[in-house]
Design a protein. Structure first.
Length: 158
């Protein structure tokens, strides 16, 4: 299936953080120190290769400093961890009206499977991954570093 045949592609908002955590029903279920907070949204027509592409993009995205350049190391080189949070609203379309449309987002079963595939692929690339709770109302806390925030889309719309 070509990118033109799909709606949005798996999307992510990637934030470099000093720390981040997820709280569900008053309980901290995931917490990281320095690393990346990644909000992941799966589109209705996404496939396994989209999740794998995103995992590789997150793993090798050079957004951490070294002695020579401010954006030269990836999360593993920097000794960081990833906190992955499923966020279907990254698929929202807010171009018209005042309420974001969510028709591009995948259904819960499809989305959960690809979100889990993304996390597993990232782990297979040597990154420590913490996860939010799929379909739960989460309070996400973060201390952004920079701030560095990057948007990615497997169909490469941005």
């Amino acid at each position: 299936m070509s990118a033109a045949d799909r709606s949005n592609g798996v999307r992510a908002v990637i934030q470099r953080v000093h720390s981040a955590s997820v709280v569900v029903d008053g309980e901290t279920i995931a917490q990281i120190d320095a690393g990346l907070l990644v909000y992941v949204g799966v589109a209705a027509k996404d496939i396994e290769s989209d999740a794998a592409w995103l995992a590789e993009k997150v793993r090798y995205l050079r957004v951490f400093p070294d002695d020579g350049k401010p954006l030269n190391r990836d999360v593993a080189e920097a000794g960081g961890t990833v906190l992955a949070v499923s966020a279907f609203t990254t698929q929202a379309d807010a171009r018209k009206g005042r309420r974001p449309g969510l028709s591009y987002a995948a259904g819960p079963e499809e989305a959960e499977q690809l979100y889990e595939s993304f996390c597993a692929a990232l782990r297979s690339l040597g990154v420590s991954v913490q996860q939010g709770r799929f379909r739960a109302h989460m309070d996400v806390y973060s201390v952004n570093d920079g701030p560095i925030c990057v948007l990615v889309d497997s169909t490469k719309l941005f």
